[in-house]
Structures are given as C-alpha cells and as structure tokens.
Design a binder for this molecule. Structure first.
Ligand SMILES: NC(=O)c1ccc[n+]([C@@H]2O[C@H](COP(=O)([O-])OP(=O)(O)OC[C@H]3O[C@@H](n4cnc5c(N)ncnc54)[C@H](OP(=O)(O)O)[C@@H]3O)[C@@H](O)[C@H]2O)c1
Length: 255
C-alpha cells in the first residue's frame, strides 16, 4: 500500500487530491494548520475508503517545521511514497506595501519548506527506486507579476527547482511540477487578490496530478487547462516588457 503525504490538505487543491488518492487506496498523511478540518477529512476518508489517515496540524511557514514533520513521520513508522508539496499562499499587493512578516512566511512556506521536505523524503524514494514528488507551482511562474511579485517569484523558483530535479532522479522516481491557473479555492480570500475570469475547479487540477502519477515518465512541468497552456506559451514569445505589462494590468492594485 502506497503512502502519500499532502501538505495543505485542509482545503482547496490539497483536500480534493486527498479525496481522490483515498479513493485509489492510498494511505494518507495530511498536513495543514487547521486541525479540525484535517480531523473531519480524515474521518470521512477512513469511513468512505477504509484507508489509514494520519493528521499533523502544523504551521509549515515556521522555520524548522519541515524537519519536525519529518521527525514525526519517521517516529510514527511511516514511509512516504508520494510527496505532494501543495501548501502555499500568495500576498497580493505592490512590493512597497508588502508586510515583511507575511512575505517571510510566504517565502518560507512556498519555497523553503517545499525544498526541505523534498530533500527529506527523496532519498528514501531513490533508494527504493520508486516514488513521486509533486510540487504545486502556478501559471504565475511563467512571467513576473506586478502586484504579486513575491508570489510569482516563489512559484518560478518552485518550477525551476522541480524541473532541475526531474533531470536528476533515477528511473522509477517521478518528479513534476503542476501549474494551475486561477482555481476555485480559498486562495483568493487569503491573498486578497480579486477573482477574475472563470475559475477552474479543483478536480481539474487533481486530474492532472493523477495523470502525472499514472505516467511512467511524467513531463517535468505541466500546466492545467488549454487556455493557460496557450497563455504561458505566448508569455514566453512576446517581449518581456509586454508580458510584464499585461500581467500588471491584471494584478496591479489601482491605488
Ligand atoms: N487557487 C488558485 O488559483 C491557485 C493557482 C495556482 C497555484 N495555486 C497553488 O495551489 C496550492 C494550494 O492552494 P489552494 O488554491 O488550494 O488554496 P487554499 O484553499 O487556500 O489551500 C491552501 C492550503 O495550504 C495550507 N496552508 C497555508 N498556510 C499554511 C501554513 N503556514 N502551514 C501549513 N499549511 C498551510 C492551508 O491550510 P491551513 O490554512 O489549514 O494551514 C490549505 O490547506 C498553493 O501552493 C497555491 O499557491 C493556487
């Protein structure tokens, strides 16, 4: 039986993926801060699918949290076959108005914790010659985004790091980044960024993740949705100044 560790499983994409993996018979390790939500989800998944679900309520934006999580996972006798680095949040304002403490947490969670958990659990996968690391990036990783400069930079890091890692791992170990576009989750409430256009459903993101897990050698990076794939391609071929201005016209606060 495979075990999947999902960070940020108390809502949105992480929660939807937890439901899908439980339906496939995965044992689950679910991590987020809101213990009540994780406990309710664990109860639901155990009763619906008969799978083992372990919950760790932790603030992964705290330095050292990833090492503490690894320690608890090992102490409880788990081995992680699939690591999904999904927990993340965005801050949506001009850099001059950013809250420095919030930005430090954003970088720690989106980047620092993701890298450290990867380094913690990848060696076991390499040793077993099987396993998967799935890192959730964003379409914001494809161009700088005025109005979400820090968030977009963290997601560029995630994608670059993941694609490089794809080129390092041996056969049998899968590594890929998934870049959703705007998706209907609590992300916009947390970031304060206004919702725009039509939002994808979390199940569309889950389908892409499952397809990657099912593939013998997933692509290093996959974008969710045909429109987002076209936009990402366009942002790579137009002049950089134009890509930045277009992104700014969508996200830059008016004041
Ligand atoms: N929704 C979108 O439009 C969109 C687009 C592209 C990429 N993404 C990415 O998708 C991922 C999932 O986000 P989502 O859209 O599903 O948003 P969400 O509904 O807000 O979910 C975020 C998850 O991360 C957890 N989390 C946040 N801060 C945490 C912390 N300090 N410690 C531990 N867990 C923490 C949250 O749980 P607690 O609050 O309980 O801790 C929650 O489970 C993120 O990496 C996000 O950047 C989202």
């Amino acid at each position: 039986m495979s075990t999947a560790l999902i960070t940020g499983a108390s809502s949105g994409i992480g929660k939807d993926l937890a439901v899908a993996l439980a339906a496939r018979g995965y044992e689950l390790i679910l991590v987020a801060r809101r213990k009540d939500r994780l406990a309710d989800l664990a109860k639901e998944l155990k009763s619906a699918h008969g799978v083992g679900v372990t919950v760790y309520a932790m603030d992964l934006a705290k330095p050292g949290a990833s090492a503490q999580l690894e320690k608890q996972v090992l102490a409880d006798g788990h081995s992680v076959d699939v690591l999904v680095n999904n927990a993340g949040f965005g801050t949506g304002t001009r850099v001059v108005n950013e809250n420095r403490a919030a930005v430090a947490e954003e970088i720690q969670l989106n980047v620092g914790t993701l890298v450290d958990l990867t380094i913690a659990f990848l060696p076991g996968m390499v040793k077993r010659k099987s396993g998967a690391v799935v890192n959730i990036a964003s379409t914001a990783s494809y161009q700088p985004v005025p109005g979400m400069a820090v968030y977009a930079a963290t997601k560029s890091f995630v994608r670059s790091f993941t694609e490089a890692l794809w080129g390092e791992v041996p056969a049998g170990v899968k590594v890929f980044a998934v870049s959703p576009g705007a998706t209907a989750t609590e992300f916009f409430d947390v970031s304060g960024v206004h919702k725009f256009g039509s939002l994808a459903s979390t199940s569309e993101v889950t389908e892409v993740i499952l397809a990657g897990l099912d593939s013998a050698k997933p692509a290093p990076s996959v974008i969710v949705g045909a429109r987002n794939r076209i936009m990402a391609r366009i942002s790579r071929i137009v002049p950089r100044t134009m890509a930045i201005k277009v992104a700014g016209s969508m996200f830059l606060p008016k004041n």
